[in-house]
Design a protein around this ligand. Structure first.
Ligand SMILES: [Ca+2]
Ligand SMILES: [Ca+2]
Length: 400
């Protein structure tokens, strides 16, 4: 299916200095400050309730992410794929841009400004990180910006990690700080269809991986350090930045604010969409496995060698491009506490599940239908929001 190969994000759209330095890579970063108390679900939680997605704002241009800065400001930050950051505060979308790097970004299809993560100490150090696609040669740039470090915010850019992209699709896009204070980066398999370069299973490339780096320190020749307790890969030429591998296009992943569990939505090839719990050093299967089956269809493989998804949705059931979500940990809807909410960009399913490490997925249901959701995110109180890539709207998840 050409659609799955050339384009997962939609029929869309558009289009060094500061930070780091200092001590040894062995010193862990300062943990993030507590940003409000995540709710704790009951031992036997109630059924997942009905919800609505309430529109808070419209007129966004191909938004791909909503998140918060953890700075107590109450602001939501919205990533627009063309290369701009917008702010929603006090019930309205602010005019102007928080950041505008349109001249550095190539945007359209699955390329663009794709992700944003605020440093856990953003309030004091003013640093945040983005993932964008740059042209000539096509590449993913993980860049740091620092408030007050240059004449303009845009001029404060420090490129932390640059990864060449062999094809325009499957660029991942998510960046997020874990509870350990390290930056996690989702990288797709490079693109085309079926992972023709075999990147997913090749530990010598950063493509098709979940990466973990320390942006507060630098090693010689790098703009970051690799944490000493990253997996100890033994394969020849293996990259130390790799936290987990065998991913096709982990467009969106997130950490459960309560327990740090890492949920990733990995977009499938033609048949299966999946949610994974990503753990250190594990192999999630691509391109030997798609979802819970050997790939390509009819191939023989040993599924026991690969970490299975916690849930699979098939194209036969209408799923074609999964949007990994977030776990609700807010205070306003106790019945939603601990529920992971995610979607399918094309099929329009907005779906919920409860997962536990011991019991797996023990509740699940469809919530509402809304095609074109590109991302879910939290505010500082762990209420849940979403953005509509095609609708240009910001939504809030409300329990009914
Ligand atoms: Ca690519
Ligand atoms: Ca997999």
């Amino acid at each position: 299916m050409v659609l799955k190969n050339t384009f997962r994000l939609g029929l869309l759209l558009l289009a060094g200095c500061g930070g780091g330095g200092g001590s040894t890579p062995d010193t862990p970063p300062v943990p993030p400050p507590a940003a409000g108390a995540p709710c704790v679900a009951q031992a036997s939680p109630p059924p997942i309730p009905d919800v609505t997605l309430q529109s808070l704002a419209s007129g966004l241009v191909s938004p791909v992410q909503v998140t918060h800065a953890g700075d107590g400001s109450g602001r939501l930050f919205i990533v627009e794929q063309r290369g701009t950051l917008r702010v929603y505060q006090n019930g309205q979308l602010a005019g102007g841009f928080f950041l505008d790097i349109r001249t550095r970004v190539t945007a359209g299809g699955e390329t663009g400004l794709l992700g944003l993560a605020f440093h856990p100490q953003f309030k004091t150090n003013g640093r945040f990180y983005v993932n964008y696609t740059a042209p000539g040669p096509l590449r993913t740039v993980i860049a740091e910006f620092t408030l007050g470090a240059a004449a303009t915010l845009e001029a404060s850019e420090r490129q932390v990690l640059v990864i060449n992209q062999p094809f325009s699709n499957h660029n991942g896009g998510q960046v997020a700080f874990g509870p350990d204070g390290y930056l996690y980066i989702g990288m797709g398999d490079g693109g085309s269809g079926g992972d023709p370069q075999g990147n997913g299973q090749n530990l010598a490339t950063l493509l098709g991986k979940l990466l973990r780096i320390d942006v507060d320190r630098r090693e010689p020749g790098l703009e970051y350090a690799v944490p000493a307790d990253n997996p100890a890969w033994t394969a020849a030429g293996a990259r130390r930045e790799i936290w987990a591998y065998g991913l096709r296009n982990p467009w969106r992943f997130s950490f459960d604010p309560l327990n740090g569990e890492l949920y990733a939505g990995d977009v499938g090839q033609n048949a299966r969409e999946e949610i994974d719990i990503v753990k250190k050093g594990l192999n999630y299967g691509w391109n030997v496995v798609e979802g819970d089956s050997c790939y390509p269809a009819g191939a023989i493989c040993n599924l026991a060698l690969y970490e299975p998804p916690i849930i699979v949705h098939t194209s036969a059931a209408g799923w074609h491009s999964i949007t990994g979500g977030v776990v609700y940990r807010g205070q306003s809807a106790p019945a939603l506490c601990g529920v992971y909410v995610y979607a399918d960009y094309i099929g329009g399913f907005v779906r919920a599940l409860r997962y536990s490490a011991t019991g797996g997925v023990f509740q699940q249901r469809d919530l509402v239908s809304l095609p074109g959701i590109s991302s879910f995110g939290h505010d500082e109180g762990y209420e849940v929001y979403a953005v509509g890539h095609t609708s240009g709207e910001l939504y809030k998840l409300i329990a009914r």
